[in-house]
Design a protein around this ligand. Structure first.
Ligand SMILES: Nc1ncnc2c1ncn2[C@@H]1O[C@H](COP(=O)(O)OS(=O)(=O)O)[C@@H](OP(=O)(O)O)[C@H]1O
Length: 487
C-alpha cells in the first residue's frame, strides 16, 4: 500500500478530526489531484491499433498505473459504458473484482461488505484483496473500506438530472410506483406530489437518484415533512452555493453524512452566507454543501456524462492508463434516448422540452446541486490539464472509437436488439424502451475477435464471465479416486 494522500487519509479519520484538518488537506489534496501524471500512452494489442503519434504536451510517463479502483456505478448516468472499460482492463490484467452474488450489492439497501463474493472479514486474518469494486450499490464508505484498500482510486459519474429523469422514467416505468401511476414524464413533473410517496416501492428512482446512490442522507426537512420541500424557483441557475471540488475554504464541521442528520452550523466567512434564500432554506443549503464537501474528501474524480470523452481523458490521466484503456462503446442506451442531446445548455430545445428540463432539475434539486458541483470540478480539472491538450486527446479518443466501431461492429454502431441473436451480446431488456447493443462483424482475426467481444459485451454477461474466471467451478474428485491418487 502506498503513502496515503490527504484525501485518502481523510477517509480514515473520525469526523471530529476531519473538521480541523479539512481546509488544509483539501487544498493540498486538490493540488495533488490536479497535478496528476502526464497522459500515459501504451500501445494496444489489437492489430487494428496503430502506434499513435504523441500528442502535444505528452511525455513519456514515469507514473505507475493505478489498479485499485472503487467505481460508484450510479444509475442511468452512462455508468455501464464506464463499467465496460473497467471489466476489460481488469480482465486483460488478471485483476480481482469484488463481485456481487448476482448483479448488484443488495441495492437499494446500503452496501455491505458481506455481499461481496469471497469476502472474509479482516478479523479473520485476511486483508482486502480485491482490485476493482464497480457494480451497482448504494455507497457506504465504512463497508467499502472493509473490502477495498483506503488508497484505492474512488470515482463515479453524474448526469444532468433532466436527462437522467427522462432515462429513468422510461427504464423504471414499472418499477417505481410513482412513475407507474404517471401517464408521462411531463405529467409527472407537472405535479409530482400527485404520484410520488417517499418510501413507496421503487420511488428512489423517481427523485434525486444520484444523491441516493451516493449514500447521502436527505435533508431533515425532506425527511420529516415527507415531500414538503419547495424546489428552487429557477433551477436552471446554479443558485445553490456550489464550488468546484477541493476549492475554497471547506466547512469546519463533521463530514460523515451517515453519522449526522442535522444541518451543519453556518460558518462565518463560509459559503452559506451567499446562498439564495429563495432557492432553498439555509439549513438545506448548508446541508448540501456539507454533503458535497464530504464527497470531495472521498472521491478522487467524478465524471460527467455530458462530457463523457473529456472525462475519460482525465480518468486515463489520473489513473496513468493509456487512451486505449478508456476508449469504448456506449452501453445501455435506450432507442430514442437522450444520448444525442447536448450538455447543460438548453440550445435547440423546444419550449416544452425546456420546461420539462427545468421541472426535472427542480424536482431533483439535490441531484442538480451534485451535478453543478461536479461539473465545476471537471472544468477546473480540464483547465489545469490544458484545454487544447485535452481537445487533441479527445479527438484522438474519438478517432480511435470510430476506427474500432468500423472494424468490430456490423453497421459500425449500436443496433436494435432484434438484430442481436447471439445471447452473449444481447443487452438485458428492461423498461419501456429497447436497449441497444452490438453485433460483431464476421471474418475478424482471432485476436481482433477477442478484443471486439470485450468491447461489445454487455455488463451482465461480462460480470458472469469474470465471475466464472474468478470462481472456476471446482471439480471434486469422487472419494475412491482421490484415495487411489493420494500417496
Ligand atoms: N458515453 C455516454 N455518454 C452519455 N450518455 C451515455 C453514455 N453511455 C451511456 N449513456 C446513457 O446512459 C444511460 C444508461 O446509463 P447507465 O448505464 O448508468 O444505466 S444503468 O443504471 O446501468 O441501467 C442511457 O441513457 P438513455 O439512452 O437516455 O436511457 C445511455 O444512453
Amino acid at each position: 500500500m502506498g503513502p496515503l494522500s490527504p484525501t485518502r487519509t481523510m477517509r480514515l479519520w473520525g469526523p471530529r478530526s476531519l473538521g480541523v484538518a479539512l481546509g488544509v488537506f483539501m487544498t493540498i489534496g486538490f493540488a495533488l489531484q490536479l497535478w496528476g501524471g502526464p497522459f500515459h500512452r501504451r500501445l494496444p494489442g489489437l492489430q487494428l491499433r496503430q502506434p499513435l503519434a504523441p500528442s502535444p504536451g505528452s511525455a513519456v510517463s514515469s507514473c505507475l498505473p493505478r489498479q485499485r479502483l472503487v467505481f460508484l456505478k450510479t444509475h442511468k448516468s452512462g455508468s455501464s459504458s464506464v463499467l465496460n472499460l473497467l471489466h476489460r482492463y481488469g480482465d486483460r490484467h488478471g485483476l480481482r473484482f469484488a463481485l456481487p452474488a448476482r448483479y448488484q450489492f443488495g441495492y437499494p439497501r446500503l452496501f455491505q461488505a458481506s455481499r461481496v463474493k469471497g469476502y472474509r472479514p479482516q478479523g479473520g486474518g485476511t486483508k482486502p484483496h480485491f482490485h476493482i469494486l464497480c457494480h451497482h450499490m448504494r455507497f457506504n464508505l465504512k463497508e467499502v473500506l472493509q473490502v477495498m484498500p483506503s488508497d484505492s482510486f474512488f470515482f463515479s459519474i453524474v448526469r444532468d438530472p433532466a436527462a437522467l429523469a427522462r432515462s429513468a422514467f422510461s427504464y423504471y416505468k414499472s418499477t417505481s410506483s410513482a412513475f407507474r401511476k404517471a401517464p408521462s414524464l411531463a405529467a409527472f413533473l407537472a405535479n409530482p406530489r400527485a404520484f410520488y410517496r417517499p418510501g413507496a416501492r421503487g420511488d428512489h428512482y423517481a427523485r434525486n437518484l444520484l444523491w441516493f446512490d451516493f449514500g447521502l442522507p436527505f435533508p431533515p426537512e425532506m425527511k420529516t415533512k415527507r415531500g414538503d420541500t419547495h424546489p428552487p424557483r429557477d433551477p436552471s441557475l446554479p443558485q445553490l452555493n456550489v464550488l468546484p471540488s477541493g476549492t475554497g475554504p471547506r466547512a469546519h464541521h463533521p463530514l460523515d453524512p451517515n453519522a449526522v442528520f442535522h444541518p451543519a452550523p453556518i460558518v462565518a466567512g463560509g459559503h452559506s452566507q451567499t446562498s439564495s434564500p429563495s432557492s432553498l432554506d439555509l439549513g438545506s443549503s448548508s446541508f448540501i454543501q456539507w454533503s458535497l464537501a464530504w464527497l470531495d474528501s472521498v472521491f478522487d474524480l467524478v465524471l460527467v456524462a455530458e462530457y463523457f470523452d473529456e472525462s475519460l481523458v482525465l480518468l486515463a490521466d489520473a489513473l496513468c492508463w493509456g487512451l486505449d484503456d478508456v476508449v469504448g462503446f456506449m452501453h445501455n442506451a435506450q432507442a430514442g434516448g437522450e444520448q444525442g442531446r447536448g450538455p447543460v445548455s438548453n440550445g435547440g430545445l423546444t419550449a416544452e422540452d425546456g420546461q420539462l428540463t427545468a421541472r426535472a432539475r427542480a424536482w431533483n434539486h439535490l441531484d442538480w446541486a451534485l451535478y453543478v458541483h461536479f461539473n465545476h470540478s471537471l472544468w477546473a480539472r480540464i483547465n489545469q490539464y490544458g484545454q487544447s491538450r485535452l481537445e487533441s486527446a479527445v479527438a484522438e479518443l474519438r478517432a480511435r472509437r470510430e476506427a474500432l466501431a468500423k472494424h468490430c461492429l456490423e453497421g459500425g454502431e449500436a443496433l436494435d436488439p432484434k438484430y442481436i441473436t447471439d445471447r452473449r451480446f444481447r443487452p438485458f431488456q428492461f423498461g419501456s424502451g429497447k436497449v441497444l447493443g452490438y453485433v460483431l462483424r464476421s471474418g475478424l482475426s482471432l485476436a481482433d475477435q477477442e478484443e471486439c467481444e470485450r468491447l461489445a459485451t454487455p455488463e451482465l454477461q461480462y460480470k458472469d464471465k469474470l465471475d466464472a474466471k474468478q470462481f472456476p467451478p471446482t471439480v471434486s474428485l469422487p472419494l475412491k479416486t482421490s484415495r487411489i491418487l493420494s500417496p
